[in-house]
Design a binder for this molecule. Structure first.
Ligand code: ADP
Ligand code: MG
Length: 477
């Protein structure tokens, strides 16, 4: 008796079933339909391209083995993807692992390009509509105590809009980025808390990218990546904090990419935070970066003085302490670039005042701040410039003193001289002396060289400005 495609496939399934978890079997193999058998070529239909990629990536060996078992050494598998399954039909594989059609790079699916019919599977577990997850949120981070200012207006308002209609705005994903301590975690959690507090019980999950990565490592170890993915597919609002942590972690990025696609296609909300803009994420796959830009990227900037004061006042009210306004202003005036640090100073101040039983006043505040910001009011010195420039160019600082032709050292030395001339009131002679005893003409020559390079090389000009900014920042100038 000759076998038809269904029979061959059924036999393959028996082998497969023995080798994968029931969950994976249901998710990945049950939706497959055998459509044709020509000698030793079995054609199977899979719902879409993504499905095909997943099979190829995770089950190619198993498929190969079971097909050969049924159809002999020359047995092969051909995938058929229905017209609107977003890929050319009849892609070959399984027997020929290397001919795998290049996936996403050339033909990035755009949101909505998959037919809704096609994506009913593969992740939705029949019978489970709503899951109950602990959102892992800190209830103290709310919109109420997230003070609005120019520095965060866009991000905060986008967050509010999302909280009202998760997945239903153009802000998907919402990509919040900014320097450390400027409120990314607070804002992302505020959105989550707001949604959780509403009546229509959405499954919200907050997770740091680090934890997410560890979960994946664990899942790989335990052979439970599918369960992991299935779980994340059921979240309505997924918040991943510090996504830059995924940089260079290829496997994690890959799995996240699939989760992202499924959630996005199903209208689920994704919120990401990062310490830099999508385009500046190094070690992150292009296809992920391009997705990060689909929705809204909103940055958090350093707050102005008024906003800093409003934030600190709110915190102090929450703590139930009363701080003289001149102290508050003094602290806010001195700590500019990091709200966490602002709070840190205030906490140390309160601790000090309790421990030494002294009232919180301006004097005490000054003492505390002096300890906190060691460089405060520090004078800018040639040594300090040398240190910072050397660090920036990754050259040992003592190299700046010696004769060398190494280009990056020469540039670092010239730039240090230029900045020393610009930012200190040292004479040319004394600057020269601090660079291994050179004379004033060397300093003049260096300043001119830097100026010329800045005029002709915009990248170099940016570098100079960046170094100068760093210098000023670390000195609170
Ligand atoms: P990031 O995640 O960007 O490093 P966080 O969200 O942890 O920063 O914020 C640092 C601290 O600053 C937190 O205690 C947070 O509550 C506070 N904070 C930041 N922005 C605001 C704001 N706009 N209003 C009130 N508190 C803020
Ligand atoms: Mg954070």
């Amino acid at each position: 008796m000759t076998k038809d495609s269904q029979m061959v496939w059924d036999d393959c399934l028996r082998t497969i079933k023995k080798n994968v978890s029931p969950q994976s079997f249901k998710t990945w193999f049950e939706p497959i339909k055998p459509v044709r058998l020509d000698a030793e070529v079995l054609t199977i239909q899979v719902p879409n391209k993504f499905f095909f990629e997943w099979l190829e990536e995770h089950y190619v060996q198993l498929l190969k083995k079971s097909i050969r078992q049924e159809l002999g050494e020359r047995g092969r598998l051909v995938y058929h993807i229905p017209e609107n399954g977003a890929a050319p039909a009849g892609m070959q594989s399984a027997g020929k692992v290397n001919t795998r059609p290049s996936a996403d790079k050339d033909s990035e699916p755009v949101p909505g390009s998959f037919d809704a019919e096609m994506i009913k599977n593969p992740f939705v577990i029949p019978g489970i509509k709503r899951i109950k997850v602990d959102p892992q949120l800190n209830p103290n981070y709310t919109f109420d105590n997230f003070i609005e200012g120019d520095c965060n207006r866009l991000a905060r308002n986008a967050g509010l809009a999302i909280a009202k209609k998760p997945g239903g705005t153009a802000f998907n994903p919402l990509f919040i980025f900014g320097d450390v301590g400027l409120g990314k975690t607070h804002l992302a959690q505020a959105i989550g808390n707001d949604i959780v507090g509403r009546s229509d019980a959405k499954a919200v999950l907050y997770v740091s990218a680090e934890k997410f990565t560890n979960q994946i490592i664990q899942a790989i170890k335990n052979n439970s990546v599918n369960d992991f993915v299935n779980f994340y597919q059921m979240i309505d609002v997924l918040i991943i904090d510090d996504i830059q942590f995924l940089s260079g972690k290829q496997k994690t990025q890959e799995i996240f990419f699939h989760i992202f696609n499924q959630l996005h296609q199903n209208g689920k909300q994704i919120i990401l935070t990062s310490d830099r803009a999508p385009k500046d994420l190094e070690g992150m796959e292009e296809r992920l970066i391009s997705r990060f830009k689909w929705g809204l990227s909103a940055d958090l900037q350093a707050p102005d003085l008024e906003t800093r004061m409003a934030i600190l006042e709110t915190k102090m009210e929450e703590e139930g302490v009363d701080i003289p306004s001149d102290v508050l202003e003094f602290i806010c005036y001195n700590i500019k670039n990091n709200i966490r640090e602002l709070e840190g100073v205030m906490v140390s101040l309160l601790a000090q005042s309790t421990l030494i039983r002294r009232d919180v006043d301006l004097e005490l505040a000054k003492e505390v701040i002096r300890n906190f910001v060691t460089t405060i009011n520090k004078e800018i010195t040639v040594e300090f410039i040398q240190q910072l420039v050397a660090e920036h160019f990754s050259v040992p600082v003592d190299k700046l003193h010696h004769e060398t032709r190494k280009r990056n050292i020469v540039i670092a030395r010239q730039l240090s001289m230029y900045l020393a001339k610009k930012l200190t009131n040292k004479s040319l002679k004394s600057i020269g002396e601090q660079f291994g005893g050179r004379d004033h003409s060397t300093v003049i020559y260096s300043c001119k060289a830097v100026q010329d390079m800045m005029d002709t090389d915009i990248v170099f000009k940016d570098t100079v400005e960046e170094v100068e900014k760093k210098l000023k920042m670390s000195l609170n100038m």
